[in-house]
Design a protein. Structure first.
Length: 335
């Protein structure tokens, strides 16, 4: 296991290097002038030249690449052309919102997905099974941005049950900053008014973000549960007179969850890096929203920095998933 982890960490360096290289050159060949976008359409030629010199945009592309790599090795991701702050500071500012949204989403995925999967497997070919399969099939086939717009149209415009977007109502002061997670900070500071508002605002984007993963978990758990319930050890447990609840939840579900845990972990990593559309539609001030605005303004340092963070998170989650899988299933051995 130790050598496996070391090999994966070494591979992580090469993967991130390739990710940075590809993102750097793709972002720099996009049409448009970042200096013009940064200075505004009515900027003078002198102002444009000053911005070009300041950000090193006048240098050959390979020189800009070498300078950027040197900055990364020293822990500097550069300065955002749009916010004029260090990209590292921007990432630290926007990451808590994304982390909170994806964490709530994965909790919904686990709770609802496992419940529906168990119900569907234990009541095979009943109306509950058919409804669960229909629900999961729609979830896999539904584009997340379309679902987000549909939820806004129904629950905001027509019913008025949930807000349009954002983390808090306009004018409400955020809780005292401890972790940057509004729900957790509200609990820690005893600010229950802000807690309720935070939960109210995060519900729609969290449900929307979790739906695809939830549907996939439901389908996989149903399949693995049906396979487990057909094994000899399950038949033996029933023949020994064990209650059906014990057979299902202690034996069948425990073994059926092994591949599902891997799926949930990978879904969590994917959520952290796949919130661009959801955050843009709901105006959620997270990394996805930050990345979208950076692309629209050709903010090269911010684009590369965000991609670097997304890639790093996904690779680390993959590594932790592999390690967790080995602990859960003793049959798995890493050479």
């Amino acid at each position: 296991m130790r050598y496996y982890i070391i090999r994966r960490l070494v591979l992580l360096v090469f993967v991130l290097f390739g990710l940075i290289t590809i993102t750097f050159f793709i972002s720099h060949i996009l049409p448009g002038n970042p200096a013009r976008l940064h200075a505004g359409h009515h900027a003078t030629r002198e102002a444009m030249e000053a911005i070009t010199l300041r950000w090193g945009l006048d240098k050959p592309l390979w020189q800009q690449y070498v300078i950027y790599l040197k900055g990364i090795l020293s822990g500097d991701l550069g300065d955002s052309l749009r916010s004029r702050r260090p990209v590292t500071s921007d990432l630290m500012l926007y990451f808590p919102a994304t982390f909170e949204l994806t964490t709530i989403s994965i909790i919904i995925t686990i709770l609802v997905g496992i419940a529906l999967g168990v119900i569907s497997a234990t009541r095979k070919d009943t109306i509950l099974d058919h409804l669960s399969r229909l629900f999961s099939t729609i979830g896999v086939a539904t584009p997340s941005f379309w679902l987000a717009l549909l939820l806004q149209l129904l629950f905001y415009r027509h019913l008025g049950w949930f807000p349009f977007g954002g983390r808090l109502p306009p004018g409400m002061t955020p809780p005292n900053h401890i972790t940057g997670l509004y729900i957790l900070d509200s609990l820690l500071t005893g600010n229950f008014r802000t807690l309720v508002a935070s939960i109210w605002h995060i519900t729609m984007p969290a449900v929307c973000l979790s739906y695809v993963s939830l549907a996939t978990v439901t389908r996989m758990l149903r399949a693995t549960m049906l396979e487990a319930m057909d094994q000899d050890y399950i038949k033996t447990s029933r023949a020994m007179g064990l209650s059906e609840r014990t057979v299902i939840y202690k034996y069948a579900l425990k073994n059926a969850l092994i591949p599902v845990i891997t799926l949930v972990a990978l879904s969590y990593g994917g959520m952290l890096g796949g919130t661009l559309l959801i955050e843009s539609v709901f105006g959620w001030p997270g990394l996805g929203f930050y990345a979208t605005q950076s692309v629209l303004t050709l903010d090269f340092p911010a684009i590369i920095g965000t991609t670097f963070l997304f890639g790093f998170i996904y690779i680390i989650v993959n590594l932790l998933t592999d390690i967790l899988y080995g602990f859960i299933d003793p049959r798995v051995k890493y050479e």
